[in-house]
Design a protein around this ligand. Structure first.
Ligand code: HEC
Ligand code: HEC
Ligand code: HEC
Ligand code: HEC
Ligand code: HEC
Ligand code: HEC
Ligand code: HEC
Ligand code: HEC
Length: 420
């Protein structure tokens, strides 16, 4: 009896000592029982911001017993906020999700949705040297590069409400983490069904410079998905997803899902073989494994000969678009080499025509060929490449003629002033 009392007292004292070593952001929290009553937050927020509570109630988190405080607690390096008897984090980041989903965070970190997405706009300034080194290992030159020229030409407000709204998927956070995880999952209704909807990706993957959602909607896959989605099991757990749940692929299926036993991945680079976004699309260093991964996915639903033929045609498109873009950009490069253009980007009309040529039409043709968008290969792609090349040739001729005329006038003025 005596031994039991001594032992249990020792245990309590030890617990108290250990507890006093814990950082303040942990001990300042109310008791577990208090928090478990998610009720406290929900009860009041039902009056204040009811939509948040309704969204949360629909989520897999509510069903699994994850509560408001599990996400809103203050993590290492985060600013705290005294809030109605609770201490909550002022801003949440991917750290708040990664405490329970570390694997997804690590996969995401390797993808271009992480640091490279932010650096594409802002350059490397907001990253730590370790973060830069990590990303450069997977995507050479994607983080350690200057900020995009358009950011200073268009100005702060255009960047904040424009570029950054999409590229913040990889924003570096004050707590040392990257991103927020909410771009595809939303804040309060994390569900795989939402993440599998094409529109979720189409928030950012849209428009003339990356028309993936429009291409998908034109493709047989997109048309069938639209017609049949009500009969699909979009909530199937990722590790058990079969073609019976989703016989038609969406963006997520091809780029991320673990269909029929494949690996689920948050690294959207894993199944790619070219840098299609580039002016001239070269093979990625991971060309072979990228193509093997994607083809093995197609093969869950198609036969080998049809998949191989599809890739032969798409790769041929990449080659011919590369050739067309090389020819067109040479027209402008020749003018630069002859000193007929200023060295600054985006200060002459011809530079915009050149940029649109590859950034809109070249990209669109290549994406269309890989994702089943015939109209995007043709009328929004190759046709425009042809039309813009003719336009560039005409503009180059005019620029040369103008300079020749100016040179003549200059020569004439020099001669008249010498005669005087
Ligand atoms: C008694 C009412 C009440 C309770 C309890 C309450 N909140 Fe709030 N909360 C509010 C109100 C009102 C606001 C609007 C801003 C303000 O007045 O602080 C708010 C704002 C917030 C914000 C936004 C803060 C910001 O700076 O934008 C978050 C996040 C939040 N609450 C989370 C929680 C969580 C998590 C809990 C439970 C741990 C909780 N709240 C408990 C009433 C409450
Ligand atoms: C899965 C994690 C998660 C859970 C669970 C969660 N939240 Fe949130 N909540 C977030 C994130 C992420 C944000 C965005 C915060 C930011 O941007 O700093 C947020 C923002 C908020 C905001 C600000 C909303 C706005 O639009 O201004 C309120 C209020 C809030 N949460 C209340 C709650 C309440 C109440 C609960 C429980 C019923 C809850 N949250 C549960 C992740 C969560
Ligand atoms: C509607 C969302 C959206 C907006 C707004 C947006 N982007 Fe993008 N951006 C994307 C997407 C999606 C891609 C990926 C394209 C692909 O891989 O086909 C991308 C790709 C890029 C790339 C090529 C990839 C790389 O890492 O080099 C650069 C550079 C870029 N964007 C810069 C910008 C700049 C600068 C702005 C603002 C002037 C901007 N973007 C505005 C969504 C957007
Ligand atoms: C580009 C969009 C996107 C982003 C960003 C994203 N996810 Fe996901 N996530 C998905 C998709 C799509 C699925 C479902 C894959 C499938 O079809 O099985 C998913 C599934 C999940 C799952 C369920 C996995 C399982 O095996 O049960 C978790 C957990 C998850 N994501 C967490 C995160 C976390 C944490 C982050 C931030 C580090 C994050 N996600 C960022 C798109 C995204
Ligand atoms: C306290 C731990 C915890 C936190 C914090 C947390 N989750 Fe979860 N999450 C879970 C559990 C438990 C499940 C349900 C069981 C499972 O599928 O693994 C889940 C499921 C999910 C799913 C799959 C949903 C579905 O439809 O099956 C996604 C996506 C997800 N979480 C994303 C997030 C994101 C994004 C955040 C941060 C904003 C986050 N989680 C924060 C524990 C957590
Ligand atoms: C919040 C905006 C946003 C959302 C939502 C989004 N993406 Fe992206 N995605 C981007 C940006 C920005 C890039 C370009 C990053 C870079 O290369 O700089 C990108 C790049 C990609 C790439 C190319 C990666 C590489 O290695 O070149 C793929 C594939 C991709 N996204 C697929 C998806 C899928 C699938 C979804 C939906 C499940 C999705 N994205 C949702 C913004 C987004
Ligand atoms: C049937 C499968 C499939 C579907 C559905 C699909 N994609 Fe793709 N996607 C591909 C293939 C194949 C490629 C080219 C892969 C390569 O480089 O080898 C590709 C390329 C891309 C790229 C180009 C990355 C780069 O190099 O610039 C992005 C971004 C992308 N897809 C996003 C999306 C989005 C967003 C959706 C939905 C709106 C979508 N995809 C639907 C198969 C698919
Ligand atoms: C989850 C199953 C699934 C996956 C994965 C899938 N597809 Fe499909 N695909 C379909 C279905 C279903 C159809 C419609 C077939 C029909 O008309 O009966 C289709 C149609 C097509 C068509 C149009 C055929 C025609 O003549 O109308 C092409 C091309 C195609 N897929 C290529 C691909 C490629 C390439 C990949 C991999 C990058 C891929 N698919 C991945 C299910 C899938």
């Amino acid at each position: 009896m005596f031994i039991a009392v001594v032992l249990s007292t020792a245990l309590v004292v030890t617990a108290l000592i250990v507890n006093s070593w814990r950082p303040e952001y942990q001990t300042a929290q109310p008791t577990a029982a208090f928090v478990r009553a998610t009720g406290k937050c929900a009860e009041c927020h039902m009056q204040e911001t009811s939509a948040v509570v309704h969204e949360f109630e629909m989520s897999a988190h509510a069903k699994a017993g994850v509560n408001c405080m599990d996400c809103h607690q203050v993590m290492q390096g985060q600013e705290s906020l005294d809030h109605r008897g609770f201490v909550i984090a002022k801003h949440l980041t991917s750290q708040n999700c990664a405490q329970c989903h570390a694997e997804q965070y690590q996969q995401y970190l390797r993808s271009r949705h992480a640091a490279p997405a932010w650096a594409a706009v802002h350059g490397p300034d907001n990253f730590t040297p370790e973060q830069i080194a990590f990303s450069e290992k997977y995507h050479k030159g994607a983080v350690d590069r200057p900020a995009n020229a358009l950011t200073y030409l268009e100005g702060e407000s255009a960047v904040t409400s424009g570029c950054a709204s999409c590229h913040s998927v990889g924003k570096p956070q004050a707590d040392g983490f990257i991103g927020t995880c909410t771009a595809c999952h939303s804040r309060h209704n994390a569900s795989v069904a939402l993440a599998r909807m094409p529109r979720t990706c189409g928030q950012c993957h849209m428009g003339p410079d990356h028309s993936q959602i429009e291409i998908y909607e034109e493709s047989k896959h997109g048309v069938l998905f639209e017609a049949q989605k009500a009969h699909m099991n979009l909530e199937a757990p990722p590790k058990q997803l079969t073609t019976a749940d989703m016989p038609v692929p969406t963006c997520a299926t091809c780029h991320m899902s673990g269909l029929e036993g494949m690996n689920v991945t948050h690294d959207t680079t894993e199944r790619l073989s070219y840098w299609l976004f580039a002016a001239i699309s070269d093979k990625r260093p991971t060309y072979q494994s990228g193509q093997d991964h994607m083809k093995s996915l197609c093969l869950k639903c198609h036969t080998q000969p049809s998949v191989d033929q599809y890739y032969v045609d798409a790769e041929h498109m990449v080659e011919t678009v590369n050739e067309k873009v090389r020819k067109a950009t040479k027209i402008v490069q020749d003018l630069r080499d002859e000193g007929l253009l200023t060295p600054q980007p985006f200060d002459e009309t011809i530079e915009f025509v050149e940029f649109d040529l590859w950034h809109y039409y070249g990209r669109t043709a290549k994406h269309g060929a890989f994702m089943g968008g015939a109209d995007f290969v043709q009328w929004h792609g190759n046709y425009e490449l042809l039309a813009k090349t003719v336009e560039l040739e005409k503009m180059a001729k005019e620029i040369r003629a103008e300079h020749a005329a100016e040179a003549d006038v200059g020569e004439h003025n020099k001669q008249t002033s010498m005669a005087e």
